[in-house]
Design a binder for this molecule. Structure first.
Ligand code: GLC
Length: 590
């Protein structure tokens, strides 16, 4: 049985807002971009849904080279989104509703327009020179200038992670884009400056942080060349030398003791590329005193070719879903760590499109199937804007020019350079964009069937095109749906979240047991507290499946499912039929 102690942040439902695409109230400074007053105006909608914590993707002053993940001033708001007063107002409106704010802390790097970097690059003698990672050039045997090592840039895969600065004739490390120079955390002044940023926001009333690529802050100081995994590329992923580096734990413990523990906070670290259990437990075990939880990427990497770049695709089945989720579920229960649960965020395609089937026939069922899974697993639950509506990827008919994300733009450019005029290769690259690009989660939220889906005024052009399906898929229609036999996706989520809270001893803190180890289509599990238990059977395939209810399930009654608003009509033992993407929830003997 679970050893996990009860904490408010474990029970919280966190809702991620991507500010540019949430709602343009017209009050911000840039027509067609969402703004803070727009977010504040939707707090009742979120409260009604069951949300406790609002996580805002970055709203700080930024040139927007990477949509705000390039910060030019940590203590000011980008005028596009509003002002500090707007944030104060948002915080006080959240408090009135017993909700909290989580900010996005992006401190692996800043913008190249941040005052610290402008100073740092001004001269090798600058007092801020050592706030970033500067290295001299290397020269090859022909005397050509080369970057200090072979690491590739993460959002511009074919480029070097090092950017040359003509003025001082040195390179700076910029793992993501040239506009996002990496901070030098080895310098204690940098660490103190980060603590100061944390305190600034906590004192203003924010309750915690999602920490952007926080496992990249400590780099192996010899900066060795990365192993060659892609021989046709000049530069290679250097993860091994900057993910979970030598001083990460020291710095996280320090941040916790110096700052976070002085407040009542929620913390989640974004940690790509890490899978090592012991390494993860060192961060999230309660007694380690580092972070409350992290985002582990295994379920969103499910369709990448192993060891390859993100823009790749492979097939997978429910067996893998089961293995991934049950592994982390068990580990955190057994070892007193904590999970974050997520299948969507601003860096991933829509979950109905990725994990299930987003055709008109199956989109709603798919969204509800994923909701059944997410609301019944252990961990802090993260819902991404539009996920509660079952929003899907943009269609293949959209040309690559509609994609606005720096990663997509760089990828498309690179493929065109590598394969000019090669229709087959470029069609496949376009197909990959349609499956994997980050843009799919960044289209404006579909509020209604009004022009631009109600995201902005009719005479304004949204910064990114609205998905074509908004007349059918939108919040207003789903809120108003009045069908005794069928809940809308939004209504289903609301019910699921309420159910999770009502039975938190089971769903948040209870034990987890896989029920069927081998089925390639159905993921089935049992959750139990000392007093009650539930069983889930989730068919992740487009096929009708005859599924043998396992002995251990001990189902008393099927109480909910995604095909009807009422109780599923199925026997509780023997073989049951699960229709395509059908999921059912049953009560069970403890
Ligand atoms: C994180 C963010 C992503 C951003 C990157 C660089 O992965 O989620 O959107 O591009 O960090 O800050």
């Amino acid at each position: 049985m679970s050893v996990n102690k009860q904490r408010w942040w474990k029970e919280a439902i966190v809702y991620q807002v991507y500010p540019a695409s949430f709602l343009d109230s017209g009050a911000g400074n840039k027509p067609g971009w969402g703004d803070i007053p727009g977010i504040t105006s939707k707090l009742d909608y979120l409260k009604h849904l069951g949300v406790d914590v609002l996580w805002l993707s970055p709203i700080y002053k930024s040139p927007q080279a990477d949509m705000g993940y390039d910060i030019a001033d940590y203590k000011d708001i980008d005028p596009v989104y509003g002002s500090l007063e707007d944030v104060d107002n948002l915080i006080s409106e959240l408090k009135k509703r017993d909700m909290r704010l989580m900010m996005d802390l992006v401190v692996n790097h800043t913008s190249d327009q941040h005052a610290w970097f402008l100073d740092s690059r001004s001269s090798t003698q600058s007092s801020k020179r050592d706030w970033y990672i500067w290295k001299p050039a290397k020269y090859d045997k022909d005397g050509n200038r080369q970057p200090p090592n072979n690491w590739s840039m993460i959002l511009g895969e074919e480029n070097s992670a090092w950017t040359y600065d003509e003025k001082t004739d040195e390179y700076y490390l910029s793992l993501f884009t040239a506009e996002q120079p990496d901070l030098n955390w080895e310098n204690p002044d940098v660490r103190e400056a980060v603590h100061d940023v944390l305190r600034f926001w906590l004192d203003r009333g924010c309750s915690g942080f999602r920490m952007d690529v926080i496992n990249h802050i400590s780099k192996v100081q010899t900066f060795p060349d990365a192993d060659v995994i892609a021989p046709d590329h000049k530069y290679q992923p250097g993860f091994k030398y900057y993910c979970n580096g030598p001083r990460l734990h020291e710095w996280l413990k320090n941040m916790r003791a110096e700052v976070l523990d002085k407040y009542d906070t929620i913390t989640v670290g974004e940690m790509p590329f890490v899978r090592d259990e012991n390494e993860i437990l060192k961060i999230v075990r309660e007694d380690e005193k580092e972070l409350n939880m992290i985002f582990i990427f295994e379920q969103v990497d499910i369709d990448n070719e192993p060891g390859k770049y993100r823009m790749t695709l492979r097939d997978w089945d429910a067996d893998e879903i089961r293995k991934i989720f049950s592994h982390w579920q068990r580990l955190m229960i057994d070892k007193d760590g904590w999970n974050s649960l997520f299948v969507e965020n601003h860096d991933n395609p829509r979950s109905v499109s990725r994990y299930c089937n987003d055709s008109d026939e199956f989109r709603e069922l798919s969204a509800k199937l994923l909701c059944l899974m997410m609301t019944t697993l252990a961990g802090t639950l993260y819902v991404y804007q539009g996920q509660e509506l079952g929003m899907r990827n943009v269609p293949l008919e959209w040309s690559p020019e509609e994609y606005k994300d720096v990663e997509s733009i760089n990828y498309w450019k690179k493929m065109n350079n590598m394969y000019p005029g090669n229709k087959e290769k470029l069609d496949f690259a376009h197909y990959l964009l349609q499956r994997k690009a980050r843009d799919h989660s960044r289209t404006p939220v579909q509020w209604s069937a009004e022009p631009h889906a109600g995201f902005c005024k009719a005479d304004v052009t949204p910064w990114m095109r609205v998905n074509d399906d908004y007349k059918e898929v939108n919040a207003e229609a789903q809120r108003k749906q009045n069908d005794p036999d069928k809940l809308s996706v939004l209504q289903f989520w609301k019910r699921g979240l309420a159910n999770r809270k009502e039975h938190k001893d089971v769903f948040v803190y209870g034990d987890f047991q896989v029920l069927d180890e081998n089925d390639k289509k159905v993921f089935a599990y049992k959750r139990a507290s000392e007093k009650e238990a539930f069983v889930l059977a989730l068919n992740f395939s487009k096929d009708e499946v005859k599924w043998q209810v396992p002995e251990a399930a001990k189902v008393k009654k099927w109480v909910a499912g995604n095909y009807t608003a009422g109780q599923p009509d199925k026997p509780t033992s023997g073989t049951i039929t699960l229709r395509p993407f059908e999921g059912v929830l049953g009560t069970s003997e403890v």
